[in-house]
Write a protein that binds this ligand. Structure first.
Ligand SMILES: [Fe+2]
Length: 131
C-alpha cells in the first residue's frame, strides 16, 4: 500500500533533497537504520519492567517482548542488507535527531513512561501500536 505524503498528518515535510542525499550513501543509511533497530529492541526490553502503576496493562510484558523480537528481526534484515553492500554495523553511532527526542523525556516524573513511549513511537512507530 502506498500512502501519499500529502495525506500524512505531519507538521513538516521532509524535502526530497534529503532522500536524494541519503541514497547517495546507502551503507551509511543502512548503518544508521541498523542502530535504530537495535535501539528500538533495547527500548522495548527496557520498558518491560516499567509499566504504569499500579499494575501493568494486560499483556504488557508479552507486548514489549514481542516488539523487542520484531525489532531484533528488523536488525537482522538490515544488517544482512548492509553486508550485501559491503558494509558492517559500526561499533559507535550518534544520531542527533534521536538524542534531541530523548531530551524531551521528563525523567523522574510521573510523565516519564508516557514520554518514553511517545519518543519511542516517534522514533520507530512500534510501541504505540502495541499498547
Ligand atoms: Fe523496526
Amino acid at each position: 500500500m502506498t500512502t501519499s505524503r500529502a495525506k500524512l498528518p505531519l507538521r513538516s515535510q521532509t524535502p526530497d533533497s534529503w532522500a536524494v542525499a541519503a541514497l547517495r550513501e546507502p551503507v551509511a543509511l543502512l548503518n544508521d537504520h541498523a542502530h535504530l533497530e537495535k535501539k528500538a529492541a533495547g527500548n522495548a526490553l527496557e520498558l518491560i519492567d516499567r509499566w504504569p502503576d499500579p499494575t501493568p496493562p494486560d499483556y504488557w510484558v508479552e507486548k514489549m517482548a514481542a516488539i523487542a523480537r520484531d525489532e531484533t528481526d528488523h536488525l537482522l534484515v538490515v544488517t544482512r542488507l548492509l553486508g550485501r553492500r559491503g558494509g558492517a554495523m559500526s561499533k559507535f553511532h550518534r544520531n542527533p535527531y534521536a538524542a534531541e527526542l530523548r531530551k524531551l523525556v521528563r525523567g523522574g516524573t510521573p510523565q516519564e513512561l508516557m514520554d518514553r513511549l511517545m519518543v519511542s513511537a516517534a522514533d520507530r512507530g512500534a510501541v504505540v501500536r502495541a499498547v
